[in-house]
Write a protein that binds this ligand. Structure first.
Ligand code: MCU
Length: 392
């Protein structure tokens, strides 16, 4: 059977929405277009607007996140485009084909959907490339060929892929941002096509290694994602740039910003000028986790030096301070485990994975409290000169 839907033009059909939501949005201070670049070896304060105003309420924090997103786009990720003027989808067999049109140009891509038996709607996990975590019965898998949206074949693949066919090869987005745009379109299509049988409010995203960086960025930028499951993302994902530089200075064989910009096109060319001075970035990746607040996030790591287990652990501990300040400490956890091959999910991370999936995708009661597993001796306090408030 074939289904066809057309999503309405955003500009002409935006509905008023709940009054509270509109008031909160209107109450946000204007988002700056330039960001601090003063040297700061510590992790930037997630509870201070760039103009120095303290963040004391959850509503202010939600506004602060808009600034953080803007700063990340301006300095690392490149622009994350809003929804194209038209998004249409057709569902046939197990294939959901999505066409996005903007400025007279269109691109199409398809995802394949493997559903559990029985009657939906089902929750789903969008897997970059192929899932390298076990997806439990009861949860669908949406296989997303992120490489066709934004190529990641080294420096020469800059600006290649369907995202760039639509927005132009010189668009500022790095590959991780282009992929997040693809995830955003998948959710558009799921929302508009109930016949697919997937509940768009219970969608997670995963990917491993380079695709783990992508899954983390998607969870951060696409606020309709219910659960982020970045796996072994390391530097560019769960690691903080500043902490990785400090670990490198201590002699660790760890990926840093200065290396990553030469290896591949995961980030915008805007990041190049920061790559050797990460301490001048307006944000760091504890705030990438902060962008997912209050949604579910389980950061899955390995203890391979290059991934920076010391950096990912300290950085995500700082990320959990943000969740805690917002009153939802149990909505985020991180689990690092050694002695297994890169991207081969070990059984000793299963309990926490199951708990997060049960809670955020299967709507079950599950204990996700206090999941902080990583190598000993990793303490973020030396990188922190702020105190997390209890946001009201
Ligand atoms: C952890 O992800 C990357 C890493 O950042 C790269 O430096 C390395 O080349 O590849 C890793 C990866 O994607 O492995 C599959």
């Amino acid at each position: 059977m074939k289904y066809s839907i057309v999503l309405p033009l955003l500009a002409t059909t935006v509905h008023a929405g709940p009054v509270v939501e509109r008031r909160q949005a209107a109450a946000c201070p204007a988002i700056p277009s330039t960001f601090p670049s003063t040297t700061n070896a510590k992790l930037p304060d997630p509870f201070k607007f760039f103009d120095g105003t303290a963040v004391t309420t959850k509503a202010q924090f939600d506004c602060k996140n808009k600034e953080v997103s803007a700063a990340l786009q301006a300095q690392e990720l490149g622009d994350f485009p809003k929804k194209p003027s038209s998004v249409t989808a057709t569902f046939s067999g197990s294939s959901l084909s999505i066409t996005s049109t903007e400025g007279g140009k269109s691109v199409s891509f398809s995802v394949s959907i493997k559903k559990p038996g029985g009657t939906g709607p089902f929750p789903a996990i969008i897997a970059y490339g192929a899932a390298s975590i076990p997806v439990p019965a009861g949860v669908a898998t949406i296989t997303f060929n992120n490489d066709e949206i934004g190529a990641q074949q080294g420096g020469n693949s800059r600006g290649k892929g369907k995202f760039f066919d639509l927005y132009g090869s010189s668009h500022s987005a790095g590959a991780t941002t282009a992929w997040a745009w693809g995830v955003d379109r998948i959710i558009d299509a799921l929302e508009a096509t109930s016949s697919v049988g997937i509940d768009p409010k219970r969608v997670g995203v995963t990917g491993c290694s380079r695709n783990g960086k992508g899954a983390f960025v998607a969870a951060a930028l696409v606020n309709r994602i219910a659960l982020g499951l970045p796996q072994e993302s390391g530097s560019g994902g769960a690691a903080c740039w500043r902490i990785s530089d400090s670990e490198k200075a201590k002699g660790k064989n760890i990926q840093t910003s200065s290396q990553i910009v030469g290896e591949n096109v995961w980030f915008s060319t805007r990041f190049n000028s920061f790559s050797t001075k990460s301490s001048t970035l307006a944000t760091d990746h504890h705030q990438l986790a902060g962008l997912v607040v209050p949604r579910g996030l389980l950061v899955i790591e390995n203890e391979i030096d290059w991934l920076g287990p010391g950096s990912t652990t300290a950085c995500m501990k700082a990320g959990r301070l943000i969740y805690k300040a917002y009153g939802v400490p149990d909505n985020m956890g991180f689990t690092g485990s050694g002695n297994h091959n890169h991207c081969s999910f070990p059984s000793n991370q299963q309990t926490e994975l199951t708990a997060f999936i049960n809670k955020f995708l299967l709507n079950q009661d599950a204990n996700t409290s206090g999941v902080e597993k990583g190598p000993g001796g990793t303490d973020p306090t030396q990188y922190i000169d702020w105190t997390a408030p209890t946001l009201t």
